[in-house]
Design a protein around this ligand. Structure first.
Ligand SMILES: NC(=O)c1ccc[n+]([C@@H]2O[C@H](COP(=O)([O-])OP(=O)(O)OC[C@H]3O[C@@H](n4cnc5c(N)ncnc54)[C@H](O)[C@@H]3O)[C@@H](O)[C@H]2O)c1
Length: 334
């Protein structure tokens, strides 16, 4: 059994807690959240121990994995400490909002040769991953375009938004990462971003200096054109589609629904049920599948699909997008 200490028991932490609890290879030994009352919910739900000081987990020699699902601002410090204690680390995206903090952490942890997996769960979505394999096997010939649509059903709460880091670093970071995953050794060389606020949510986003809709256009060194089409509200569910286009064809990883049943009647044809509501439902499988690699990482048998460097590189693109928006021009990446 792999003993895990889960740090952070908010929206995503509770979902990870459930997966770790259900997974046959993991034992959720500890849960830590600075909100002790919240963390205590884990005791009856997951038969685990809630700790008041996270160092209890670090000092416990039986703990193999520190699983970081707390607020973004806490990630880097937890990584530094967990690496020094020689733990295997899982850390939610984004690594941090500040590139310098990531660079100095990278230098500091190098001496511990830590094993780190980053929570870029979309790499584990079976549909999105099918596209990755197909691109690598040249099933669509030479890759020419990547088009990602990512629309959340509703904005996160104000309490989350005010510290999350904005649409590029918090939300679109998933799409930057997925593009890098598909492009493999072909780095992004140009980024252009634009945003807008047109709905009743505009006031909320303005209050946190953020935006409700964005489009980002990127170009790779070889010339692949990538479009990211995002919104932080969407009346019909969690709209998640990826299209890759090449010289020999096109592939789509499509939305997911409750059922695949279609109804045709006098109101229309091929009517389908609603899209799955949000990331926890849409990427349910992916969140679970990424744990298999985490188990492999502990036993040194497997490398995760996303590591510390992927977290670092995705943030570089997010920062370039924010810069492009500010300067209203294309930003080149070296
Ligand atoms: N991979 C994904 O799809 C995905 C989805 C949502 C969120 N996230 C990421 O997960 C992280 C958490 O997001 P969330 O939506 O669960 O936020 P949240 O605000 O619901 O939960 C964060 C939790 O962290 C706790 N926390 C804050 N500081 C802490 C500290 N010093 N020590 C221990 N606990 C602390 C808070 O009390 C809270 O319970 C963020 O970094 C976010 O970007 C990833």
């Amino acid at each position: 059994m792999i003993n895990v200490a889960l740090f952070g028991f908010g929206r995503i932490g509770q979902m990870h807690g459930e997966n770790l609890f259900k997974h046959p290879k993991f034992n959720l030994k500890y849960v830590y959240d600075k909100d002790i009352k919240l963390a205590k919910k884990a005791i009856s739900k997951f038969k685990t121990t809630v700790i008041k000081n996270y160092k209890t987990a670090l000092k416990d020699k039986e703990i193999h994995v520190i699983f970081i699902a707390s607020s973004t601002a806490t990630h880097i410090n937890f990584i530094r400490e967990a690496a020094a204690y020689k733990k295997t680390i899982f850390c939610e995206k984004p690594l941090d909002l500040d590139l310098n903090k990531i660079i100095s952490c990278k230098k500091y942890i190098k001496k511990f040769s830590p094993r780190i997996q980053i929570g870029f769960n979309r790499r584990y979505d079976p549909g999105h991953y099918f596209l990755k394999n197909a691109i690598d096997k040249k099933k669509i010939g030479i890759l020419q375009k990547i088009i990602i649509t990512c629309r959340d059903p509703a904005p996160p709460p104000y309490s989350y938004l005010k510290t999350a880091g904005g649409i590029f670093k918090d939300m679109i970071i998933h799409d930057f990462d997925l593009i890098r995953f598909y492009l493999k050794n072909d780095p992004i060389s140009e980024v252009f971003a634009t945003t807008s606020d047109l709905s009743e949510h505009a006031k909320l986003f303005k209050s946190v200096k953020d935006f409700e809709i964005a489009t980002v256009v990127l170009k790779s060194k070889k010339g692949v054109l990538c479009t990211i089409n995002n919104a932080r509200h969407c009346t019909y569910g969690h709209d998640q589609r990826v299209e890759v286009f090449g010289t020999k064809g096109m592939l789509i990883s499509n939305n997911k629904r409750d059922t695949e049943i279609e109804l045709s009647n006098s109101n229309g044809s091929n009517l389908k049920t609603k899209l799955l509501n949000f990331f926890i439902e849409r990427y349910k499988e992916a969140y679970y599948l990424q744990l298999h690699d985490l188990a492999g990482l502990v036993t040194k048998k497997k490398k995760p699909r996303a590591d510390f460097n992927d977290g670092h590189q995705a943030l570089i693109l997010a920062i370039a997008a924010a810069k492009s928006l500010k300067l209203k021009k294309i930003v080149k990446i070296n």
